[in-house]
Design a protein around this ligand. Structure first.
Ligand SMILES: [Ca+2]
Length: 499
């Protein structure tokens, strides 16, 4: 990318307006400036008559810290870095739910899971909800998808003009999508989604150049040789994602030209303990980079808090439309356009379940500093594919080490058994290791955040529904994997613990 050679349109126009408005108060120049400013508010980028092409790139199960853009010195992500260098990096972007299907449905409906209905992983949203492709088609766009954009078999429900290669780890999706793009002849504005399945498991069979001895494990993990080997393979998977991103960026810039809006983000955190399927930041805080040569200042960084539900209305506004008012998402185009520093004060997130592997409903509220998590059923035993399938081959080494190592045993205990409430000071404890819910000094804060989550659930008719048959802490068979991969079904709905 060569965006650094372009003058930011917003910056240039801003300087121009500043120059005009430095006339004496009441001067004609000032009034003219105000008039122009007023006319700028809608539609966005009104001075650019063309609807930009849009390229949306989704990675799968990628935790934010595992990229150079967010500070990693170990994982190589040069293509994320060059996209970030040419656009705006979001330091506080969040998914609405930390697993694939619920959160991808948030992207494609602008609604939170409790409203779109795909609360459990591997489920589809309610029929009849207007989807993202429909909004963009109304604006004249051709809307296509390659790879994992919604959730495998449900892609057809979303109304893309064309989609292909949406099966599990159908890794030809990205090169095939690039080939399609290079062969395209339509002059319609294009919104193309690319969903790489990397770095979702199964990770590559070898570390592909990463040295297991040199990886850094996240705080709160158990250090074993098998964990290090798996971590290095995960890094290899991240770099495969980054390679896919590079293919897309190169082709899109060549084929679609300068007036192209790019957005790259990940659907949820990586498949590690305390990440995917959890409401810790490793599960919900997600990489997000937007670039638009000449429109978004290169190398910008923002701490405005945004949520995945905000992407749909943002794309509608970038495409020249009016963002819908009856959804949960709110357009953050103003953050892109002029560096507006704030977007949301609070981020709510929800998690329900994943087949018979994980049935653990939880809700969270996060502001700029504090995180409150409510585990609706602390009597449930927390499990996921990580411990029940062990396909990546390291969790057994955690169990082995916990037999003789009290610190490792404490990690396992924290993994499987969670308290009713958790409260973290993210400024002092960004890795959410010290639960302050029992700290008397935080009693008022805990009460306020508890009440806010209760009110949010009530306002959204959120019943805290349990999907599937939970594993209970006192069940001696709780560690047995399900006989087969199960689809989530509505089960008996025990009352969530009340507050
Ligand atoms: Ca995912």
């Amino acid at each position: 990318m060569q965006a650094d050679t372009h003058t930011g349109y917003g910056l240039a126009a801003g300087r121009w307006l500043f120059t005009l408005s430095t006339g004496r108060p009441g001067s004609r120049a000032l009034w003219f400036a105000l008039l122009v400013l007023g006319s700028w508010s809608a539609p966005l980028f009104a001075s650019d008559p063309a609807r930009p092409n849009m390229v949306i790139i989704l990675s799968d199960d990628h935790s934010l810290l595992d990229s150079t853009v967010y500070g990693s010195k170990e994982v190589q992500t040069p293509n994320m870095q060059r996209l970030a260098d040419s656009g705006m990096t979001f330091d506080r972007a969040f998914v609405a739910s930390p697993s694939c299907a619920p959160n991808r449905a948030v992207l494609l409906t602008g609604l939170m899971p409790v409203r779109h209905g795909a609360e459990a992983n591997h489920t589809r949203p309610h029929a009849g909800i207007k989807k993202l492709p429909a909004y963009l088609k109304e604006l004249g766009y051709e809307v296509v998808a390659f790879g994992k954009v919604s959730h495998y078999n449900y892609t057809a429900d979303y109304g893309f003009d064309y989609f292909a290669h949406d099966k599990f780890h159908e890794d030809v999706a990205i090169p095939e999508g690039v080939k399609w793009l290079r062969a395209r002849s339509s002059d319609k504005p294009l919104c193309i989604f690319f969903g790489t399945n990397w770095p979702h498991v199964p990770w590559p069979a070898t570390p592909e150049g990463y040295d297991p001895a040199r990886v850094t494990l996240p705080p709160g993990h158990i250090d074993t040789p098998r964990t290090r080997e798996a971590r290095a393979k995960y890094y290899a998977a991240v770099t495969r994602m980054d390679n896919d991103l590079g293919l897309i960026l190169d082709a899109a810039r060549q084929v679609l030209g300068e007036n192209t809006f790019f957005l790259h983000t990940a659907d949820n955190g990586a498949q590690w303990p305390f990440a995917k399927w959890t409401l810790y930041d490793a599960g919900i805080r997600t990489p997000m980079i937007a670039a638009w040569p000449g429109k978004i200042k290169p190398g910008a960084r923002t701490d405005a808090m945004v949520n995945w539900s905000d992407i749909l209305p943002t794309l509608v506004e970038v495409g020249g439309g009016k963002p819908p008012a009856d959804i949960d998402g709110k357009s953050f185009a103003g953050v892109l356009r002029n560096g507006k520093r704030k977007h949301r004060d609070k981020i709510f997130a929800t998690h329900s379940s994943d087949g018979q592997y994980n049935i653990y409903p939880a809700r969270s509220l996060r502001d700029g500093r504090w995180k409150y998590i409510r585990n609706l059923h602390p009597e449930f035993y927390f499990s996921t594919h990580v411990d029940l399938v062990q396909a990546e081959g390291y969790f057994g080494s955690w169990v082995d080490k916990a037999r003789t190592d009290p610190a490792a045993a404490a990690v396992l205990q924290r993994y499987h058994q969670r308290p009713a409430e958790e409260l973290y000071d993210l400024r002092a404890d960004p890795n959410e290791q010290k639960n302050l819910a029992a700290d008397e000094r935080q009693a008022a804060r805990l009460k306020a955040m508890r009440e806010e989550v209760t009110a949010w659930m009530k306002a959204n008719s959120d019943q805290g529904r349990v999907y599937g048959k939970p594993r209970l802490l006192d069940d001696p068979r709780r560690d047995e994997p399900p006989p087969q991969a199960g689809k989530a079904r509505p089960g008996a709905n025990p009352s969530p613990r009340s507050f």
